[in-house]
Design a protein around this ligand. Structure first.
Ligand code: LMR
Length: 329
């Protein structure tokens, strides 16, 4: 019996070699494979493989193994990478209007956020990305961002003064931190851990999934559940690659993406509560991290301190678009 099973296993391995894929889609992202984005990228790869009977494979490169933040945009343009899942800030120089999503306290809650992404506002921004020569696919979530620091706990807006924050390359995020007296340094995601460790920056803003999976808790002494802004992604594809991709598999790839988007959003929603519990346990058992939760009054004080950021971007983002997003029910 054992021999028979061994034979079966060996023939399965041979079969998988014999039926190697005809097409490979290279997908690059910068976060850990265990984040909702990372898991959904792997899920997408699995579904493409299943739906195409193994004819198309997706090679997923997490942790900026293939391309770092901005470099991936160029790689997509020339067709060296095929799919990327950059956060909105990474589109700043390409489509500055997408900085809409970086505005502090824009979304009332996750329901409002998803309604905006799936509304005319989300479509207008996708069209702008398409016009720049990419195929804009779906919006994925990371989650609401929280402040962390190793200098001084960030509880009231005044606490930001004198602290240097790592931010993504977004003018809105720069204005957001300056509004509360912080200074900023733009860094790619892959450099955040060492920058915090070496004191190049004091503080950061991240959703829990990125904070926990990159072990930022090891290099920060306080975490504030501030939910002051949102981090999300637009999945994009190389237009050059897609044009040459065989029509017979296009529908299957898009189907796999649709399923991956549903999977990703669900995962991101479930993840947050678990990760907070994990950090609370870490804080209790090590005493190396203190977690602060803002009261509604403290949150309102942050929103007030940052409200001056909006008019600064009426021109770049469009006052209309901001108002439209705010008005979505
Ligand atoms: C960051 O740079 O902090 C994020 O964009 C990383 C990511 O892709 O979630």
């Amino acid at each position: 019996m054992k021999k028979f099973i061994k034979l079966l296993t060996a023939s399965a391995v041979l079969a998988s070699v014999a039926f190697a894929a005809d097409y490979t889609i290279k997908l690059s992202h910068v976060v850990s494979a265990s984040t909702p984005k990372g898991q959904a990228a792997d899920f997408f790869a699995k579904r493409v493989n299943e739906l195409t009977g193994g004819k198309v494979e997706v090679a997923v490169f997490p942790n900026a193994q293939l391309y770092n933040d901005d470099a991936v945009m160029k790689a997509l343009k020339i067709g060296n990478a095929h799919i990327a899942i950059p956060s909105f800030s990474k589109f700043t120089s390409l489509v500055p209007e997408i900085q809409l999503f970086d505005l502090p306290f824009l979304f009332r809650d996750t329901k409002h956020l998803h309604a905006v992404l799936d509304s005319e506002v989300g479509q207008i921004l996708k069209d702008k990305v398409t016009a720049k020569g990419f195929v804009a696919l779906d919006y994925w979530d990371a989650g609401f961002k929280h402040f962390s620091s190793n200098k001084k706990p960030i509880i009231n807006p005044e606490d930001a003064a004198g602290q240097k924050f790592r931010i993504m390359s977004s003018k809105v995020l720069e204005a957001q931190m300056k509004a509360v007296g912080g200074s900023v340094q733009v860094l790619p995601f892959s450099e955040v851990y060492s920058a915090l460790q070496q004191g190049v920056v004091d503080a950061a803003e991240n959703p829990l999934s990125n904070f926990v999976t990159k072990k930022f808790n090891e290099v920060q002494t306080s975490l504030t559940i501030s939910e002051h802004g949102y981090l999300g992604y637009l999945v994009i594809m190389s237009e050059r690659f897609w044009k040459k991709f065989p029509d017979e598999y296009k529908g299957k790839v898009l189907q796999a993406m649709k399923e991956a988007t549903e999977f990703e959003r669900k995962l991101a929603a479930e993840d947050d509560a678990k990760l907070l519990a994990q950090m609370e346990e870490y804080a209790k058992s090590t005493g190396k991290l203190t977690i602060y939760k803002l009261t509604p009054e403290q949150k309102a004080a942050w929103a007030k301190a940052m409200e001056g950021v909006y008019p600064q971007f009426y021109e770049t983002i469009g006052e209309d678009l901001i108002k439209k997003a705010q008005a979505v029910k």
